[in-house]
Design a protein around this ligand. Structure first.
Ligand SMILES: Nc1nc2c(c(=O)[nH]1)N(C=O)[C@@H](CNc1ccc(C(=O)N[C@@H](CCC(=O)O)C(=O)O)cc1)CN2
Ligand SMILES: Nc1nc2c(ncn2[C@@H]2O[C@H](COP(=O)(O)OP(=O)(O)OP(=O)(O)O)[C@@H](O)[C@H]2O)c(=O)[nH]1
Ligand SMILES: [Mg+2]
Length: 463
């Protein structure tokens, strides 16, 4: 199906875009006491009539005996809802069957639904795709919904919620409208090319707006909090062999995820655990102890450890306090973004002394074995992530897709501003137009055929 380009508002319906099939799917998760089957499309009313014997008043739940349309066998008794177009989540006729959640019940009722002509199983994300094609939401809102459904932490939920209900979409539309106004000013020069004063004057009027837009894009691109909230802050646990890195990840995760042994060089592969710290997602990574490797496998483990450490937002350098005084600095690796010292094995007596110099304020004394000191470390980690993700309103550009569009727009604005005095009207307007297009792809207001599969494949079936 072809999505025509739309030049105006972000959320206009795309004519004929949603097609004539009626789609059906189980929209509830597995194993619940109640299951929801959703339907969208022109045969949704036929399905309700065929199974329930009548179509309820719009938007009112009614209890009905559901029968197979061919055999008449009663399958379940459940609640039926009818949402005639356009007042529905997809903008099409929709219906819901809220039935008992048993596997056989769900299979029987879904089978009966799909026995009605004109129906077929929905693909992943297809309800939301139809909502987009019918102008009910823009692409950034659809992505926000996918994030909302996938949110594991409260910070992820808050960010996803803001995007699902237009935080980025509205920003982009504001940027685009301002750009279009600036473009109109520049184009006024094209139309009035023979009247001497108009071009220069119109351009001069447009420039501050384009400069302001460029600043706002740069600011949004510079904000890295989105990735940290969505993907979690990456915290790498590094140190010499046997320092107790794997013991520490087990203690922090409160689960026995990593193999611990007194043999140096136990950990080879990277091992990642996701944690919820104060409502923030954190990815903890256990790594191989850094030393001259004794074999090929360990060497590869150390290579991977270094690569992950280099990407980390925070590195915990674990030091065995029983093995000697803390190093002045973490040996064996390049300076990471942020580095803390964790003196481990406090239960063995030594250590715990304050560490000066490089580590001041960023050193902790713990025992992964007894649990001593872990509460202080955990609180500090929570504080670190909270600090790094706090501040101002929610971040706007939270996916690579958003960043790529904004960067492309910014490049065109940069070209426009660099050539502001020299470019002829048509070329200057073209740069602004290309910037507006790049922004339009973010919300889906501009040709996005190629993007839809990427965006909607993230959803599960039934959404
Ligand atoms: N049972 C059930 N719960 C659900 C959903 C659902 O589809 N079914 N949702 C699935 O996403 C979410 C709610 N989203 C919805 C969004 C719009 C409309 C809707 O009917 N909108 C109409 C009418 C609005 C009104 O008048 O109140 C519209 O926007 O025109 C319904 C659900 C979460 N909970
Ligand atoms: N007494 C004491 N022993 C500990 C503590 N933490 C770890 N150990 C012991 O130290 C040894 C090494 O622990 P690991 O957690 O495997 O150390 P690692 O840093 O992951 O080692 P590699 O994977 O080989 O780099 C094991 O025998 C642990 O039981 C601690 O807090 N106190
Ligand atoms: Mg280990």
């Amino acid at each position: 199906m072809s999505v025509q380009e739309k030049s105006a508002a972000g959320k206009g319906a795309i004519a004929g875009a949603a097609g004539g099939d009626t789609i059906a799917a189980v929209s509830s998760g597995r194993g619940g006491a109640v299951a929801v089957i959703r339907l969208s499309g022109p045969a949704a009313g036929d399905v309700v009539l065929a199974l329930a014997g009548r179509v309820p008043e719009p938007r009112r739940a009614v209890l009905a005996r559901l029968r197979h349309p061919d055999s008449g066998e009663p399958l379940d008794q459940g609640l039926v809802l009818w949402f005639p177009a356009p007042r529905s989540a997809t903008g099409e006729d929709m219906a819901e069957l809220q039935i008992h959640g048993g596997r056989a019940v769900v299979a029987a009722v879904l089978g009966a639904v799909l026995a009605v002509p004109g129906t077929r199983p929905a693909q992943a994300g297809e309800f939301t795709r139809r909502a987009f094609l019918n102008g009910r939401m823009d692409l950034t809102e659809a992505e926000g919904l996918a994030d909302l459904i996938g949110a594991e932490t409260q910070a992820q939920r808050r960010l996803a919620f803001s995007h699902a209900f237009g935080h980025l979409g509205q920003r982009v539309e504001d940027w685009r409208h301002r750009l279009v106004r600036a473009m109109a000013l520049v184009e006024a020069g094209i139309d009035f090319a023979d009247e001497d004063d108009v071009p220069a004057e119109a351009r001069a009027l447009a420039r501050p707006e384009v400069e302001a837009l460029q600043r706002e894009l740069a600011q949004a691109l510079g904000d890295r909090r989105g990735a940290m909230v969505r993907e979690g802050a990456l915290i790498a646990i590094a140190g010499l062999p046997n320092a107790g890195k794997s013991s520490l990840i087990n203690a922090l995760a409160a689960r026995d995820v990593a193999i611990v042994s007194d043999e140096p060089g136990t950990t080879r592969d990277l091992l990642e655990v996701s944690l919820d710290l104060d409502g923030h997602k954190v990815m903890l990574v256990d790594t191989a102890g850094l030393r001259e490797a004794e074999g090929k496998v360990e060497a590869e483990g150390i290579r991977r450890a270094r690569a992950r450490i280099a990407e980390a937002d925070l590195v915990l350098w674990v030091h065995d306090v029983a093995a000697g005084p803390a190093p002045d600095e973490a040996p064996e690796m390049e300076a990471p973004a942020e580095l803390w010292l964790v003196g481990n094995k406090l239960d063995r007596g030594a250590g715990g002394e304050s560490v000066a110099g490089r580590w001041a304020g960023r050193s902790f004394a713990v025992s992964a074995r007894s649990g001593e000191g872990l509460d202080v470390l955990t609180r500090a980690l929570g504080g670190f992530v909270t600090d790094r993700t706090a501040g101002g309103e929610h971040p706007a550009l939270i996916r690579e897709r958003h960043r790529a569009s904004a960067a492309e727009a910014s490049a065109h604005l940069g070209a426009a501003l660099a050539g502001w005095e020299e470019l002829d009207d048509a070329l200057l307007a073209e740069e602004l137009r290309l910037a507006a297009r790049a922004l339009g792809r973010m919300t889906g207001a501009i040709g996005v055929d190629d993007l839809l599969d990427v965006v909607f494949r993230e959803f599960c079936i039934g959404k």
